[in-house]
Design a protein around this ligand. Sequence first.
Ligand SMILES: Nc1ncnc2c1ncn2[C@@H]1O[C@H](COP(=O)(O)OP(=O)(O)OP(=O)(O)O)[C@@H](O)[C@H]1O
Ligand SMILES: [Mg+2]
Length: 498
Amino acid sequence: MDEKIVSMKNIVKEFSGVRVLDNVDFNIYKGKIMALVGENGAGKSTLMKILTGVYLKTSGDIYLEGKEVNFTTTKESQDMGVAIIHQELNLVQDLSISENIFLGREPVGKSGKIKWKQLYDESKQWLDKLGLNESPKELVKNLSVGKQQLIEIAKALSLNAKVIIMDEPTGALTISETEKLFEVVNELRSQGHSIVYISHRLNEIFQICDYVTVLRDGTLVGEKTIDELDEDKIIEMMVGRKLSEQYPRVNTILGHTVLEVKNLSNKFVKDISFELKEGEILGVAGLVGAGRTEMARSIYGVYPLDKGEILMKGKPVVIKSPKDAIKEGIAYVSEDRKSNGIVLGLNIVENVTLASLDQYVGKIGKINKSEEEKSTDSYVKSMSIKAAGTKQLLKFLSGGNQQKVALAKNLNTNPKILILDEPTRGVDVGAKKEIYELINKYKESGMSILMISSEIPEILGISDRVMVMHEGMVTGTLDIKNADQEKIMSLAVGKEVS
Ligand SMILES: Nc1ncnc2c1ncn2[C@@H]1O[C@H](COP(=O)(O)OP(=O)(O)OP(=O)(O)O)[C@@H](O)[C@H]1O
Ligand SMILES: [Mg+2]
């Protein structure tokens, strides 16, 4: 039997009377990697926030190395060797990498002055370990989201904690960044550190984890060793039923060409051309950094064009801002929730209707609240958005459920063209399928969809065609009948495919 380093017993958590964790037991073993899995809103992040003193538990007991602990701040848990890397980034954008890593615990000399050289040198060691070439003096705001995530990881590593909790660490990482992270995680394990690994990517769990604990709806389903499980078994434990056909495909007869993009060029992309038909899903594959998001944002009017033309139903249109794009019937759901236009301080109804308020204004200029409520309800149901009610503020929703609200908000504008950028990032397997079914429903009604995704199975599963990008250019477009993982990967690294 492996040695327990942490044991959480009968943990209950209520938020204003709503129970989100119900008598959950959770163990962390010494020198092991513990996967913590479950659907969006199952309570994974909340459980780990309780362990690290971010939230206070309603009841239950927590033991660290056999002694009862009750952390009330993250500082307390850190001091006892328990560190957490949160799902949402917590960095100070205007500070440097090393100031962020050592925030609040900068090395100081006798005179009370910060020892900058030591700060930079130590930071550099952690950056090297994670394969980052950036200078420790670089400001965090100049880094990609993926790199910022690695800085969060460096910060947790530098605490030299016995227990490190990683809440969806790889969401924004490239394949090579993820591999680097796994090397580091394996090294930590061999040094005797324990890791809690939260992820919706089941393949990652099979790659690195020793144990799997499954939560469903705030209750413990079970703890298993990895060799007792396979993907189907985990999914069944998570959703309480077998999931058949993860990628429901619908074939529609494609209509007229709605969008034509011709020779689009600017400082991010070069000579991008493609067409999109009514009822078509065009998957956009490529490695992180291939320029897919930049292409989407260029079409959406965020980045100015140096050259090129966009035509809607054969007519050239001028799109100089997202406002122009929305007017033309283009909606864009960003990969980055925080910049997605969802407002954390507003509730679900307010967010869903935010971009489509004019639909709800009645004759005398008053907003029809019950209609707003009705639309919102239908999204909550069709996407299984888990919340205490439609009046719950977005900041209290789990990460995956915020993503669903972002999607609902854009769908509610009734766009002709929907651009989805990593639409299922951070979304659990069950809800992913619900999102695909919803996308299919809109496809059947004639909407045209451009879907950027780093998950090749998802691209292959629901697109009609696949366009692959590499270094800001399109390296190939495949009909779904001829597309496979290997061809897509070859094009993604810039190789030709016959
Ligand atoms: N501060 C809060 N106030 C009210 N409710 C909350 C708060 N934090 C979390 N919840 C609720 O607790 C439940 C569990 O959320 P949690 O974030 O732990 O889920 P999760 O398993 O991490 O999901 P995901 O995979 O989407 O990240 C959700 O229903 C969420 O709305
Ligand atoms: Mg979470």
